[in-house]
Design a protein around this ligand. Sequence first.
Ligand code: ADP
Ligand code: ASP
Ligand code: MG
Length: 411
Amino acid sequence: MNIVVQKFGGTSVRNLECQRQVMQKVLRPYREGNKVVVVLSAMCGETNRLLSLAEEWSETPDAAEVDSMVSTGEQISCALFAMLLKQQGVKTRSVLGFQCPMYTNDAFGKARITDIDRASLMDMLQENDILVVAGFQGVTEDGRITTLGRGGSDTSAVALAAALNADVCEIFTDVPGVFTTDPNMCTDARKINRIAYDEMLEMASMGAKVLQIRSVEFAKKYNVTVHVRSTFSNEQGTIVTQEDETMESVLVSGIAYDKDQAQITLVHVQDKPGVSAQIFSPLAEQKILVDMIVQNPSKDNKTDMTFTIPRADVKQTIKTLESMKYEIGYEELTHNLNVSKISIIGVGMRNHSGVASQAFRALADENINILMISTSEIKVTCLIDDKYTELAVRTLHDAFHLDKGEPNGKS
Ligand code: ADP
Ligand code: ASP
Ligand code: MG
């Protein structure tokens, strides 16, 4: 049995007309004799609508109940799409997370997939030619509904492709592939034909929401080739795959930005062994992702500690750290919501210096102040005032000649 896995995002399933277009994409591999597993997101805007209901009902909505409610977005799009297919005489059914079952841990709102019942999916595929699986949702071992974090349908699809040994996982979306930067922000952005898992991981973790980061982690771990492409055209998209030599010849592949960030500063922290663990361990236990961390040189045994977290976790972080003010021993906690992270990514950076300084110069020429800097082997990230996000993205895109389809900036 040859199995094709295809995932369609919220814009692609937003109304009947779009779902009819999606159906044409799905019927193609089916007519070629493949079994098809279609993973769908909720209709565009629906997840936000549901989440805002929870906020309206409760100041501190119970995470398990939020998941139970927000997962209905995908349930609706899958049932509707299955109706369309059945009308075409296709043997099909909708499959929710608990019906796969797609098991996860109990980190509600950001659950991780732990296991997929392959045998049960194969049984369903014997009986049906197309399965319409709800993305974004899973179930704990004890039967509670979970969700996988924003953009989680990508991860559902790649995990299913891995579990079912599909050759490729096709991610259909509202842009024709992965671009050198967000094509909706920078009109000069260029489609990348092939991108290495590691580069895509950095792009995704630094804010390029075209793929959820965990989907790329899965793809890399299980060696699933991912094809990101448009629902609304037939053009070839971007292949996310293992690195090869041609990729190394490109110094910078892309620019990512993340506006959902916040900067937290603990002023006058006692500078003594164990203090970092005291600050960051409780945040890690609550699965709060701390990214950039800077500790100033200490003066009179006191230092300032600054770090970034997702904006959605600000309330919880402040609450946690304020409850430990005495143990940690700091004087003041401040936070800044008006920040964004800009990252320059490329595997070619491994063997070349000078990218960071070129980026700093380009930002300085536009008078953009850098608040924090962090680097990895294949990435340079700057935290800036969020009002300059678009300018910074365009400036760096230009500085590294990313609009030209050839190796850039190398000398
Ligand atoms: P879907 O609903 O199909 O999952 P998303 O909105 O999650 O779609 O992701 C697609 C969006 O990602 C695009 O519309 C685009 O604005 C944004 N995006 C950000 N960075 C990039 C990039 N480097 N390449 C392509 N799209 C990007
Ligand atoms: N519907 C979910 C979201 O909006 C999951 C997804 O679209 O991938 O985040
Ligand atoms: Mg998405």
